[in-house]
Unconditional design. Structure first.
Lengths: 876, 472
C-alpha cells in the first residue's frame, strides 16, 4: 500500500488535533495484562492505596454499588479504562491522570465533600509515578453459550447460509414464452402452480415502468413514439436499445444510489435529542451515486465501505475514494447527550455491526448483543467477536465540542485536494481575526464559568440561570469557532475533510458483556465473524483490527449471503417484491424465497459477471416477465393472492423522490446538474431545530433573529450555489437556513436531516434515516391529498407545466393531450379527455389574480388535477 | 404500509359498492361517499383502512387519552407527594449530596377523599376526588431528553413507536375527518414522542405547533392552518376546489374502472375525501372563538398566565368530542434547579385552573368516564436542595396522576420513602405505567405486538405489570 509520506503526516496531525478521542482509545487498549508485581509494589498498594479507595471511592465508583460517571475503581480494568472523561489513571503520568487532578481538587473535586490529607495525596503520587501497580485480579464473569457446535453446524446447512449453487434453468411446457433464463425459472414456478403468465404490457406501460425503475424519471414523448413504432416488429432489439441508453445516463446512479442510501441510513445529521449536522456526509452520497454510474463491481463497493481505509491503492485519487466510502460506518445516528462514554462507545459499535450485517449479509447479528440470538445459531460471543473488530476502529464523524455535546469527534482529511473546492480559501487576516475571536470568547467563557462556580459557593448576586444559559451559548460559539478555524491550514487554504473510520494502532479483542451491560464485562472473545456463516474461523493477524478481513470476506465468492442479498434487492426494486420478501432478514425468521433456484442462479451469475449491477439490471429489464402487464385475474388471485409467482406485474406507488422529480421534469423546471455538496455543507456545522439549520457561530449575533435568509430562493441552483459560496467564504457570517428550500435539482440531493424531513419527501414515506430501510412504506394518507391539493410547490409546478404546454401547443385540446402524455406516459382515453375538457371549460377563474391569465389559470388547474390523480402516483 | 391482507371473498362486494358510486359519474357527493365507505366496511366486517376503528382485546374502560405532558420534571415533593418528614429533617445533610429541603408550601386535605395536594394547586385541589395519584413512579434515567423519550416510547436507547402510535395502531380512529393522534406543541427535537418508528407511518401523531401564546391557534382559518401543513389552498376558493377535486376523482374512478382490482387507487379516493373533510373541519376545530365566555373562563382563557395552557386544554376537549383517539398537550420548564420558590408557583398557576377546568368540563359533558386524563413529567425532583433554592433530578421516586377513564377517583396508590427520595411501595415503572394505560383502553400490552426485523415488538418490551388496584 502506497501512502505518500506528506499526506500521511497531514492525516496524522489532523488526527491528533481531535485530542481527547485518541487519548481515550489509547487508554482502552491497555488491557489488564497480568504483569507480576514485586512484593514491595503489592505491599504499597495494599497498605496505602486500597484502603483509601475502599473508604473514599467505592461507595460511588464500584461495580457493586454505583458507577458514577461511568467510572469504577474497584478493579484494575476499571481504573485503566476509566469513565466518561477517559482513563482515571495513565500509569506513570500524573498530568494525564484525571484521578490525580480530581484528588487535588483541580478540575473535579473528589472525594466531593472533603479533600484527602496531604499524606494520602502524596501516596497516590508515588503510586501513579511508579506505574500504578495493581494486584487486584478481575473476577472474571464467564458467559457460556447455549448454542452448541452441533447446532451451528446444522445451521450451516440452512439454505441461506450455504453458498449459492449454479442451477440450470428448468424445463418449461410453454417453450415459446421465455426469452431468457430468468423467464424459464419464473415460468416453471407458474406452471407448477397452474398459473399462466400475464400478457405483454403495451409499449407505453412498459416504457413508463422501465424509465421510472432505471432512472426515476418519466419517459419523454419522443421516447414513447420511438418505442411504439418498434414494439410490434422489433421488440427485443428495441427494448435492449432503450435499456442500454437508460443505463448509460447519470440519472441511473441517482436513482439506484438512493436505494442504497435507504439501507445505509444515510443522513447529514446526528438525529436524537441534540441534532448536529454532518457537513461532510454528502461526499459519501456522491460516492454511492458515482459507484452505481460507473458500475463499480458490487463486491468492491461493499469492501470499500467496510475497509476502504485499509485497501491497497495505486493512486491518491483511488485512496480518497476508498476513504470516503468508509463514511458508511460513520453516518449513523448518535446520542451525543449520552452521559456515559462507555455506553456511547458500545452503542456506536452496535450500530455499526447492525448496519453492516443487515445491509450486506441480510442477517441481524446485533440481536446477539445481550444474549444468544433467539432464532439463528448466532451465539452472543459471535457478536463480541465482531465488536472486537469495530472496537479496534475509531469513527470520525465530526460535530463540534459544546457543553451539551459530550461526544464530539474529529474529522479526517483526504489525501488529495478537492478538485473543485467547495469552501473558498480565506485570507490570513481573516484567519487571524477568527483566532482572536476565539481567544476572546474562550476568555469570556472561562470567566463565566468561574463566576458561576463562585455563585454556587454561596454568592448569589447574579442570576445563575442566566449565567448558565450564557455559558452554554459561549461554549457553542467557542466550539463553532474552533471547528471553523480547523477547516483551514495556516495559510487559509481549506482542508478537505471527510467522515470515515481508521484502525487503532493497537487492536484488541472485546470482552463479552453480560446482558450487554457495559459494566459487566466477562470473558475476552477473539475477533472474528459469525461462525454459522463461515466454514473455518477467520484468520485475523494480531496487529490488524480484522476490518479488512471482514470486508474481504463479505466481498468474496465464499460468502453465502452478500450476492444473494444484493440480487434480491435489485429484483425487489424492479418487481415491487423481493424473491425474499424480508430483504434484511435471510435468517430463520425471514421469509423463504419464492424462487430459491432463481435466487441462486442470479447470485452466481452476478458473481460470475464481476458483480456488475448494470449487467444484472439489464438481464432483468430485458426478460419477458419484466414486461408483463398488470391485469387482474380472479382465477390467478384465488391460487396466489400475494402474487408470489408473478402472475402479473404488481402495481406500485412511486417514491417521494420520483414523484417530485417527475413533476419537475414534466413542468420543464428540473435542473439535472448535480449541485455541489448540499445545503448542509453550505451552512456547515449547525444545530437542527424545527426544520431550521442554525450555525453555532452565528448564534452569537443578535441580527439573525429577524429572518431566515433563503439563499437558494428560486431560480437555477447553479447561480445560487455561487451565491452560497460567497456567503460561506465570509468566515464570520452568521447562517441560518430553512431545510425546505425552493430548489429544482433532483431529490437525491435535497438535505437529509434526521427527524426533519422536507415536506415533499416526508409526505410520501421517505425512508426513516435512522434505520435500515430495505422496503419503504407506501402509505395512503389524507396528508397526501392535502399536499397535492394545496402545496405551494405543486401549485407552482402546475403553473410552469401550463406555461410549457401553452408554449408547445396552441390549441387547448392539444395542450390537454400533451399534459396527459407527459404525466401518464400514454395518450388519454376519451373519458379522461372529456373530463379534463369540461373541467377546463367550467372552471371559473378569478380576475387576473396572481398575475396569471385566465387560460393559464384554467390549464394550471387541469395540470394540478392530473398530477394529483392516482394514475400519476402509481406505476403499473 | 404493507399491503393489508385481502380476503378474496371480500372484495367483490367492495367493488360492487364502488361501482354503484362511480356509475353516476358526473356527480359525486362526498359526504354520502363517506357514509357508503363506512357501510361497506361494516358490512365486510373488516377493512383495508388501517385507521378503521378496531375492537379492543377486552371491554375498555376508556375510549381515548388526553395526556398532559409536563416537560422538565415537576417536583413531586412540592405538589402531590406530601412529606412531613422533610419538615422535621429540614437542613440535615445525612446521606444526601445536599441538605434536606422542606417544601415551603402547605398540603391541605382536599375533597371528600382528603387527598393531600399542595396549596399551589387550589383549583385542582377542588377536583381531588377525580384524581388517582400514582406516588410510586420510577424511571431509568435522571436525564431530561432520555427520560422524556422513555416516558413516550418505553425505550431511550432505540427509536421506538410512541404510546400514542401504539394506541392508534391498537384501536384505530373514531372520526374519518380527523387525525387519530394529535400532539400539540411537542417541543423541538422531540419527534420520537409522537413518532411511529417501525409502525406504519399512518399511526404517527399529527403535530400541531405554533401555539405560542395561542395566537396562531385562533387564526387557524388562515393558511397557516394552526400548524397543519397544506390545510388550506392559497389560491382557489372552495367552489373552485370542489370542481378540481371532482375532476381528480373522475380520473381516479376511471382508473379503477379500467383496472379491475386496485386497493391503492381505492385508498387514494378515500384519502382525498378525508383530506377535503379535514380542510373543512380542522380549522373549525382549532378555532376557539365559538366557545362561550363561561367556558373560556372555566379554562382561564384570557386571564393572563393561564391563557396559553387553557387554550390547549380546551382544544383537547374539542378534539375528544370529535373522536381523536390520543391527544397530547404539553407544558414546559418544570426544571427548577434554581429560584424554585418563585418559579414553581408560576408554573403551577399556569396549569392549575386550565386542568381543573378541563376535568370539570369533561364531566359536565359526560366525557370524563370514557376519557383517560394523564398528568406526568419525565421524572421528579430530589428531597434535598441544590444551591439555596432548587432541587435536582430524581428518577427513583415521583408522582404522576390519572383521572377519568376507569380509574379510582380521590385515590392514592404507591408511595416513596419518608423523604420522597425513592419509590418503596406500589412501585410503578414506566413499563407498568404503559401497561396500565393500554389496559384501561382495553388492550393487553403483551398482545399488542408488531412484527419488525423478524421479531414481535411491543410497547412494554418484556416488562410491564398492570396496576389493577387503581382501576375503579
Amino acid at each position: 500500500m502506497i501512502i505518500p509520506a506528506k499526506q500521511f503526516v497531514k492525516l496524522l496531525i489532523l488526527l491528533l488535533m481531535g485530542g481527547w478521542i485518541s487519548q481515550t482509545l489509547e487508554a482502552q487498549q491497555m488491557g489488564p495484562e497480568s504483569v507480576s508485581l514485586t512484593a514491595d509494589q503489592t505491599k504499597f498498594f495494599e497498605t496505602k492505596i486500597r484502603p483509601v479507595l475502599v473508604r473514599e471511592c467505592y461507595s460511588c465508583h464500584s461495580t457493586r454499588s454505583k458507577v458514577k460517571g461511568g467510572l469504577w475503581l474497584d478493579t484494575k480494568l476499571g481504573v485503566l479504562s476509566g469513565g466518561d472523561s477517559g482513563p482515571a489513571i495513565v500509569p506513570g503520568d500524573l498530568d494525564e491522570s484525571p484521578l490525580w487532578s480530581a484528588i487535588n481538587h483541580v478540575d473535579y473535586k473528589m472525594p466531593p465533600r472533603k479533600k484527602l490529607s496531604d499524606e494520602i495525596i502524596s501516596d497516590f503520587r508515588t503510586w501513579i509515578e511508579m506505574g500504578a501497580p495493581d494486584p487486584r485480579v478481575l473476577k472474571e464473569n464467564k458467559v457460556n453459550t447455549k448454542i452448541t457446535e452441533e447446532e451451528i453446524e446444522k445451521g450451516r446447512q440452512f439454505w441461506a447460509f450455504k453458498k449459492p449453487v449454479s442451477y440450470s434453468p428448468p424445463a418449461v411446457e410453454n417453450q415459446r414464452w421465455p426469452v431468457s433464463d430468468i423467464d424459464r425459472f419464473v415460468l416453471h414456478e407458474l406452471e407448477q402452480h397452474g398459473l399462466t403468465p400475464a400478457g405483454d404490457a403495451e409499449a407505453t406501460m412498459f416504457l413508463r415502468r422501465l424509465s421510472f425503475d432505471l432512472i426515476g424519471l418519466p419517459p419523454t414523448p419522443e421516447q414513447i413514439q420511438w418505442l411504439e413504432k418498434r414494439w410490434d416488429q422489433d421488440r427485443e432489439q428495441a427494448i435492449l436499445h432503450i435499456v442500454d441508453s437508460l443505463l448509460a445516463k447519470d440519472e441511473f446512479g441517482e436513482r439506484w444510489g438512493r436505494h442504497w442510501l435507504d439501507v445505509a441510513r444515510y443522513a447529514e445529521s446526528t438525529g436524537k435529542e441534540l441534532n448536529l449536522t454532518y457537513p461532510q456526509a454528502w461526499r459519501y452520497r456522491d460516492y454511492v451515486i458515482d459507484a452505481f454510474n460507473s458500475d463499480k463491481p458490487y463486491n468492491e463497493f461493499i469492501e470499500q465501505q467496510i475497509a476502504g481505509d485499509l485497501l491497497p491503492v495505486k493512486t491518491d485519487q483511488q485512496w480518497s475514494e476508498n476513504l470516503v466510502a468508509t463514511g458508511f460506518l460513520a453516518i449513523g445516528p448518535k446520542t451525543l447527550t449520552e452521559q456515559n462514554g462507555r455506553q456511547f462507545n458500545h452503542d456506536l459499535i452496535d450500530e455499526q455491526i447492525d448496519v453492516a450485517t443487515r445491509v450486506i449479509l441480510g442477517v441481524s447479528v446485533a440481536c446477539a448483543r445481550c444474549h444468544d440470538h433467539k432464532f439463528d445459531p448466532i451465539p452472543q460471543s459471535d457478536y463480541y467477536a465482531m465488536a472486537g473488530i469495530f472496537n479496534s476502529t475509531t469513527t470520525h464523524y465530526g460535530t463540534i465540542d459544546t457543553l451539551q455535546n459530550r461526544h464530539p469527534s474529529n474529522l479526517l482529511v483526504l489525501p488529495t485536494d478537492d478538485l473543485n473546492p467547495f469552501d473558498n480559501r480565506i485570507s490570513t487576516s481573516q484567519l487571524a481575526d477568527l483566532k482572536s475571536q476565539l481567544s476572546e470568547k474562550q476568555l469570556e467563557l472561562r470567566e463565566a464559568q468561574l463566576a458561576r462556580r463562585s455563585q454556587r459557593q454561596g454568592d448569589a448576586s447574579n442570576n445563575p440561570q442566566t449565567s448558565f444559559a450564557n455559558i452554554a451559548r459561549l461554549s457553542a460559539v467557542v466550539g463553532g469557532l474552533r471547528a471553523k478555524i480547523q477547516q483551514y491550514d495556516e495559510k487559509g487554504n481549506p482542508y478537505t475533510y471527510f467522515m470515515g473510520v481508521q484502525t487503532k494502532s493497537r487492536p484488541e479483542n472485546a470482552r463479552l458483556l453480560v446482558r450487554g451491560e457495559f459494566d459487566k464485562p466477562a470473558q475476552e472473545v477473539k475477533r472474528g465473524f459469525p461462525q454459522v456463516l463461515t466454514q473455518k474461523p477467520a484468520t485475523i493477524p494480531a496487529k490488524a483490527s480484522g476490518r479488512l478481513e471482514l470486508g474481504r470476506w463479505m466481498a468474496s465468492d465464499e460468502n453465502p449471503l452478500s450476492a444473494r442479498v444484493m440480487v434480491n434487492r435489485v429484483w425487489q426494486h424492479m418487481f415491487g417484491n423481493g424473491i425474499v420478501r424480508s430483504p434484511e432478514n435471510f435468517g430463520a425468521t425471514g421469509q423463504s424465497p419464492t424462487h430459491p433456484e432463481l435466487l441462486d442462479y442470479l447470485a452466481r451469475d452476478f458473481q460470475n459477471n464481476d458483480w456488475s449491477v448494470k449487467t444484472l439490471i439489464r438481464k432483468i429489464a430485458t426478460s419477458r416477465i419484466y414486461r408483463s402487464n398488470s391485469e387482474f385475474s380472479t382465477a390467478s388471485f384465488q391460487v396466489d393472492p400475494e402474487n408470489h409467482f408473478i402472475w402479473r406485474m404488481e402495481s406500485r406507488r412511486l417514491e417521494a423522490e420520483v414523484l417530485r422529480d417527475a413533476i419537475l421534469r414534466i413542468s420543464g423546471d428540473l435542473d439535472a446538474a448535480r449541485p455541489r455538496g448540499s445545503l448542509v455543507s453550505e451552512i456547515g456545522t449547525a444545530l437542527v431545530r424545527d426544520g431550521v439549520l442554525i450555525s453555532t457561530i452565528g448564534s452569537s449575533n443578535p441580527d439573525i433573529k429577524t429572518g431566515l435568509p433563503t439563499r437558494r430562493s428560486g431560480g437555477r441552483s447553479r447561480m445560487n450555489r455561487e451565491g452560497g459560496m460567497q456567503q460561506t467564504a465570509s468566515p464570520t457570517s452568521p447562517s441560518m437556513a430553512k431545510i425546505d428550500q425552493p430548489v429544482s435539482y433532483r431529490s437525491v440531493y435535497l438535505p437529509v436531516i434526521r427527524d426533519n424531513v422536507t415536506r415533499s419527501m416526508e409526505v410520501f414515506d421517505f425512508a426513516e434515516s435512522s434505520m435500515v430501510v430495505g422496503v419503504r412504506e407506501t402509505s395512503n394518507t389524507p396528508d397526501q391529498g392535502l399536499y397535492f391539493l394545496n402545496n405551494q410547490f405543486v401549485i407552482q409546478q402546475a403553473d410552469k407545466m401550463a406555461n410549457r404546454l401553452i408554449k408547445e401547443k396552441s390549441q387547448v385540446k392539444d395542450q390537454i393531450k400533451l399534459a396527459f402524455l407527459l404525466a401518464f406516459g400514454r395518450r388519454a382515453n376519451s373519458t379522461e379527455l372529456r373530463a379534463a375538457e369540461s373541467f377546463y371549460r367550467d372552471f371559473e377563474t378569478s380576475q387576473s389574480r396572481f398575475g396569471l391569465s385566465s387560460n393559464v389559470q384554467k390549464l394550471s388547474a387541469v395540470c394540478q388535477g392530473i398530477l394529483a390523480s392516482a394514475e400519476f402516483r402509481f406505476v403499473n | 404500509m404493507m399491503n393489508p391482507e385481502i380476503n378474496p371473498s371480500q372484495f367483490p362486494s367492495r367493488r360492487a359498492l364502488l361501482k354503484t358510486i362511480s356509475s353516476g359519474f358526473g356527480f359525486l357527493a362526498f359526504s354520502s361517499l363517506a357514509t357508503l365507505a363506512k357501510a361497506r366496511d361494516d358490512k365486510s366486517g373488516s377493512s383495508n383502512n388501517p385507521l378503521a376503528s378496531k375492537d379492543p382485546h377486552f371491554p375498555a374502560k376508556a375510549k381515548r387519552v388526553i395526556f398532559l405532558c409536563m416537560r422538565g420534571g415537576p417536583s413531586h415533593v412540592d405538589t402531590f407527594d406530601y412529606k412531613p418528614e422533610l419538615i422535621k429533617n429540614h437542613g440535615k445533610t445525612g446521606k444526601f449530596r445536599g441538605s434536606i429541603l422542606k417544601s415551603p408550601w402547605d398540603f391541605p386535605a382536599c375533597g371528600e377523599s382528603g387527598l393531600r395536594i399542595s396549596e399551589l394547586f387550589p383549583s385542582l385541589g377542588q377536583q381531588a376526588d377525580k384524581l388517582c395519584l400514582l406516588r410510586g413512579m420510577n424511571t431509568d434515567l435522571p436525564v431530561h431528553p432520555r427520560a422524556l423519550t422513555q416516558m413516550h416510547t418505553g425505550n431511550a436507547q432505540f427509536v421506538r413507536p410512541s404510546l400514542g402510535a401504539w394506541t392508534l395502531y391498537g384501536l384505530g380512529t373514531e372520526n374519518d375527518s380527523m387525525p387519530g393522534f394529535v400532539s400539540v406543541n411537542p417541543g423541538a427535537g422531540n419527534a420520537q414522542t409522537y413518532g411511529s418508528s417501525f409502525l406504519p407511518a399512518i399511526y404517527q401523531g399529527t403535530k400541531l405547533s405554533g401555539s405560542r401564546g395561542g395566537g396562531r391557534m385562533r387564526g387557524a382559518s388562515a393558511s397557516s392552518g394552526g400548524g397543519i401543513p397544506d390545510i388550506a389552498n392559497p389560491r382557489l376558493n372552495s367552489r373552485q376546489q370542489r370542481q378540481q377535486l371532482e375532476f381528480i376523482q373522475k380520473l381516479n374512478y376511471e382508473k379503477l374502472r379500467r383496472e379491475k382490482e386496485h386497493p391503492g387507487v381505492e385508498g387514494v379516493i378515500e384519502s382525498y375525501e378525508l383530506a377535503f373533510r379535514m380542510q373543512a373541519e380542522m380549522p373549525d376545530l382549532l378555532d376557539l372563538s365559538k366557545e362561550d365566555q363561561k367556558t373560556l373562563d372555566l379554562y382561564g382563557i384570557g386571564q393572563g398566565e393561564t391563557d396559553k395552557f387553557g387554550k390547549q386544554c380546551l382544544l383537547a376537549r374539542r378534539m375528544s368530542e370529535s373522536g381523536v383517539r390520543f391527544i397530547e398537550i404539553s407544558h414546559d420548564n418544570w426544571d427548577t434547579h434554581f429560584n424554585m420558590t418563585t418559579r414553581l408557583p408560576q408554573l403551577c398557576n399556569q396549569i392549575d385552573k386550565p386542568i381543573a377546568g378541563l376535568l370539570e368540563d369533561l364531566q359536565r359533558r359526560g366525557l370524563l368516564d370514557e376519557t383517560l386524563v394523564i398528568w406526568a413529567g419525565e421524572f421528579g425532583r430530589t428531597p434535598y436542595a441544590q444551591g439555596a433554592d432548587g432541587r435536582d433530578h430524581n428518577n427513583k421516586g415521583y408522582t404522576t396522576w390519572m383521572a377519568g377513564g376507569g380509574v379510582k377517583g380521590g385515590f392514592s396508590y404507591g408511595g416513596t420513602d419518608d423523604l420522597g427520595a425513592v419509590a418503596v411501595d406500589g412501585k410503578c415503572h414506566i413499563h407498568d405505567w404503559h401497561a396500565t394505560i393500554l389496559h384501561l383502553l382495553g388492550l393487553n400490552h403483551a398482545e399488542l405486538t408488531y412484527r419488525y426485523a423478524g421479531r414481535d415488538f411491543r410497547l412494554t418490551d418484556v416488562y410491564g405489570n398492570v396496576m389493577k388496584d387503581i382501576i375503579a
